[in-house]
Design a protein. Structure first.
Length: 78
């Protein structure tokens, strides 16, 4: 729910994380820390609102033999 709220609203105040997760304050902080450590959320300071961060590992890997492009572009090439 935290990622959803950040995506829809543009940012999430840290104080809203317990309400969004349903966890107590300490557990909500642990969730926040984990999301930041994994590169899914970011903030300018440790007290600033959280925003979506697109980590490099979030990109889908290319398969062997794929030249790239969308499925439609590949279909048009044939």
């Amino acid at each position: 729910m935290v990622l959803r709220e950040a995506a829809l609203a543009g940012e999430v105040e840290r104080g809203k994380v317990p309400m969004l997760t349903g966890y107590e304050e300490r557990a909500a902080r642990m969730v926040t820390s984990a999301l930041v450590e994994k590169g899914l959320l970011t903030a300018t300071t440790h007290r600033a609102a959280l925003r979506i961060a697109f980590a490099p590992f979030a990109q889908a890997p290319k398969r062997r033999g794929q030249s790239g492009g969308t499925c439609m572009e590949q279909k048009d090439r044939k």
